[in-house]
Design a protein around this ligand. Structure first.
Ligand code: TXA
Ligand code: MG
Length: 351
């Protein structure tokens, strides 16, 4: 399949590109598009065949449900059984934006889209290209992150091209995304809302609105296994994994630097290509083949923004042994640690 690649500028072609992309979606095709979090791989969320195509293009297990994207709150009623009070509060404050809510689904939403679940995840993105596209298509757009399954989520259209060229109909290049981490997912089907995936909208922010909000166990950076099963099926898969072996080091800063340098020197002796993930403040203290800074420790948003791009870079340089610093398990840093520890297959050394 030939993938059409278009750059959406502020030019007057914008409307015609979006119109064409909407036609592709209505006809059952797949279009990758920018959102404020990461790029999404869109298909008609009400068409089981489109959802099947999404799973095939990504190489994604079909029990891992897709998020339906809407352009306006009024599209919600058609898709979900009920809109609980907590959902109204959350939507009022954080939609459009980087937040996904899980509801009980109506029959119109096919099980192919929800991975066989009787619930459906819905997001109203703030990115204007995304919203124009959904509005033009007039249907909810099922869209997982537009990466091959297992790879880091795409924060630019070139990442999408790397993973999906030749497998989808169209890529809309709307530039680099703003946030760089996927949306916060909150299950509102129970009495107490539960955070299934941490993101830009943090627990601390939600607690300003809701009396009780809990984390699903999978968020708390433990390897899913015998003892618990994450409520968001996607949280059980190894994600974002670089080809090399990634280990995180957690502890007091000086000790972390010392230990990582020791491990990197050891790996080097064994003839391995080594890479270290650090911050602006610590990068000069390290020695390895490649030292990448994720950004300044004082600017958590820029670390979130850079993470997936740097994880892709690690593969590009062919790093075999990768050592990374850790971050505090709170606020937006928790979302960063959630992605990093999955990338590391939960290999975390406490020092
Ligand atoms: O920011 C985002 O959310 C991006 C952009 C494109 O919107 N999308 C995204 O989709 O990250 P994806 O498919 O990569 O991740 C969706 C996550 C998976 O972990 C999936 O298991 C979970 O959402 N999920 C979807 N439907 C669910 C449901 N009904 N119940 C529980 N978890 C659900
Ligand atoms: Mg994903």
């Amino acid at each position: 399949m030939k993938t059409e690649y278009v750059i959406i500028g502020e030019k007057k072609e914008r409307a015609s590109f979006i119109k064409r992309a909407a036609e592709v979606l209505k006809e059952g095709g797949l279009v990758a598009f920018p959102t404020e979090t990461v790029y999404g791989l869109g298909g008609n969320g009400l068409n089981p065949l489109s959802s099947k195509k999404i799973y095939a293009a990504k190489g994604r297990p079909s029990d891992n449900p897709l998020i339906l994207h809407i352009s306006d709150f009024s599209m919600l009623e058609e898709l979900v059984e009920e809109i609980p009070e907590s959902a109204r509060l959350l939507a009022d404050k954080y939609w459009p934006g980087p937040m996904t809510l899980v509801f009980k689904k109506k029959d119109i939403v096919p099980l192919e889209t929800t991975g066989g679940l009787d619930t459906v995840a819905i997001r109203l993105p703030s990115n204007e290209i995304a919203r124009e596209l959904i509005r033009e298509a007039g249907i909810p757009i099922a869209a997982p992150s537009a990466n091959s399954s297992g790879r880091p989520s795409p924060t630019s259209a070139s990442h999408v091209k790397e993973d999906l060229e030749g497998k989808i109909d169209m890529i809309l290049d709307g530039g680099e995304v703003g946030i760089g981490l996927e949306s916060t997912i909150i299950d509102v089907t129970e009495e107490e809302p539960v955070i299934l995936r941490p993101g830009f909208i943090t627990k601390e922010m939600l607690e300003c609105l809701l009396k009780n909000v809990q984390f699903d166990e999978a968020v708390l950076i433990r390897k899913p296994g015998e003892d618990f099963k994450p409520k968001a099926p996607g949280m059980k898969y190894r994600h974002y994994a670089p080809k090399g072996n990634l280990t995180l080091f957690e502890g007091e800063r000086e000790m972390v630097i010392k230990t990582i340098n020791k491990e990197a020197a050891f790996a080097k002796e064994e003839g391995k290509v080594t890479a270290i993930l650090a911050t602006d403040e610590t990068k000069d203290f390290y020695e390895a083949d490649y030292v990448f800074s994720l950004g300044s420790i004082k600017e958590v948003e820029s670390i979130a923004h850079n993470l997936f791009r740097v994880l892709r870079k690690i593969d590009e340089v062919g790093a075999e042994n990768i050592f990374s610093e850790s971050f505090p398990r709170e606020g937006l840093y928790l979302a960063i640690m959630n992605r990093l520890s999955k990338a590391a297959g939960y290999q975390i050394k406490k020092i």
